[in-house]
Design a protein around this ligand. Structure first.
Ligand SMILES: Cc1ncc(COP(=O)(O)O)c(C=O)c1O
Length: 421
């Protein structure tokens, strides 16, 4: 009997019933070209990373030029210009005070690095009890076990693993128009209570600033972050911003932290860092964090070092990506996307539509349930648009280079789906 089961195991998919995936043969700009001749407008930037579109000549050149020199060398004892320059650039563009950069290879691993760094920060200072983290309900930080442990364990996609992961603390998610909103006040009340009872065990607090992505596609007021910063300072807790999704303009500012004017102790970047070309993450730390690892004692060294950290081609592309972002004034492009998204999506109503949200280059329709989105992908595909809802959220997070015409095609599909339901 021939074995017809698929060899390629797909992510987040029931392999028994999953529809055949689209087969991409070429990608250029905002278009994905399929083997059946269809061209789809990518409305979600390949999970939010392809900010410059596909096959960009500037990024291609950066990659091939570095490839001609060498692709990668280990970082234990060896460094190179792309990693050194990228560390300098990231320190330059991120909030003041983040002065040190540790590279890894994906957002999830960047989060692992941050958690480990925060725990070792305390250990190096002789504090062994501070090893747990506080996170927000509705948060999502990745698929590795440490990252899963700080993602919402009740409603999140990893709830199946509840009880098997490191135990962490959760507080209510903020919401509303300002830090005075009942949701923000309740979240801060819970945080204060938790810090005052358990600060001696808490190494850090991790959150996605301003926009919670895969755990709920929700925005909350930046001012909330000022209050969290204040509480973390008061109770001596390391504050970690996971900007894997929000970094590089997605919420309208270069970093969501900029919207609040807050510098976290540790910040994680990935996704758009290489414009979707290579897996790379950067975990940035303040001098206070870094200095806790400086010692004549070898055991104080940060004991982490992924094989592919600081991949030279990835770093070269990331450098070109930052240059392009600044040279082509992407923040203006993002503001233009936000205007169109507001025009097209805000005010849309439907019996199965619960909420509509727009900020920066993010537009979200929240439905009553995931069942309301069954068939959406095929529906979008027949209209030459690539969208992939998560649970009950239909969203667009397009490449920043999308034309107004293409963006309106994406939003037209979203609107049509609402009326069709
Ligand atoms: C906020 C956030 N953190 C971490 C991750 C994990 O990143 P990766 O998929 O590169 O491991 C994601 C991915 O969606 C994310 O949105």
């Amino acid at each position: 009997m021939p074995d017809n089961t698929p060899k390629l195991w797909l992510p987040y998919a029931q392999m028994k019933t999953v529809s055949p995936p689209c087969h991409v043969v070429k990608a250029k700009g905002t278009r994905l070209y399929l083997d059946d001749g269809t061209a789809l407008i990518d409305g979600i930037s390949s999970w939010w990373c392809v900010i410059h579109g596909y096959n960009h000549p500037v990024l291609n050149r950066a990659a091939t030029e570095q490839l001609a020199r060498f692709a990668h060398v280990m970082m234990g004892g060896l460094v190179h210009d792309p990693a050194l320059c990228l560390a300098d650039e990231l320190v330059r563009i991120t909030p003041d005070g983040l002065n040190h950069v540790f590279f890894a290879d994906s957002g999830s691993v960047g989060v692992e690095v941050a958690l480990k760094m925060a725990i070792q920060f305390w250990r190096n200072r002789g504090v062994k009890e501070k090893s747990r983290f506080v996170a927000l309900r509705g948060g999502y930080h990745g698929d590795t076990t440490g990252a899963m442990s700080v993602s919402d364990d009740d409603e999140g996609m990893h709830r199946l693993f509840k009880g098997t992961l490191l135990p962490q603390y959760f507080v209510a998610a903020p919401d509303g128009e300002s830090a005075e909103s009942p949701e923000c006040q309740e979240s801060l009340r819970q945080l204060t209570e938790l810090f005052s009872s358990s600060a001696s065990q808490i190494a850090g607090m991790i959150l996605e600033p301003v926009f919670q992505g895969a755990g709920g596609f929700r925005f909350y007021p930046p001012e909330y972050l000022l209050q969290v910063r204040r509480l973390c300072d008061e109770y001596d807790i390391i504050l970690v911003f996971d900007e894997v999704a929000t970094g590089f303009g997605r919420t309208g500012a270069m970093f969501a932290a900029d919207l609040a004017g807050v510098t976290p102790d540790i910040m994680i970047l990935s996704k758009a860092l290489t414009g979707g070309y290579f897996g790379l993450s950067a975990t940035l730390a303040t001098s206070r964090v870094f200095d806790a690892f400086m010692s004549n004692e070898p055991g104080y060294a940060f004991m982490h070092g992924p094989t592919y950290m600081g991949h030279a081609v990835a770093c070269a592309v990331a450098l070109a990506s930052i240059k392009l972002f600044e040279r082509e004034n992407y923040l203006e492009k993002i503001a233009a996307i936000e205007r169109v998204l507001k025009e097209e999506l805000i005010g849309v109503t439907g019996s199965s539509l619960r909420d509509v949200r727009v900020q920066g280059a993010i537009g979200v329709f929240e439905f009553n349930s995931a069942a309301n989105l069954k068939g959406l992908q095929d529906f979008a595909r027949t209209r030459e648009v690539w969208l992939r809802p998560v649970d009950k959220w239909l969203y667009t997070m397009p490449p920043y280079v999308i034309t107004e015409e293409d963006l309106r095609k994406v939003t037209a599909v979203m609107r049509e789906w609402v009326s069709y339901r």
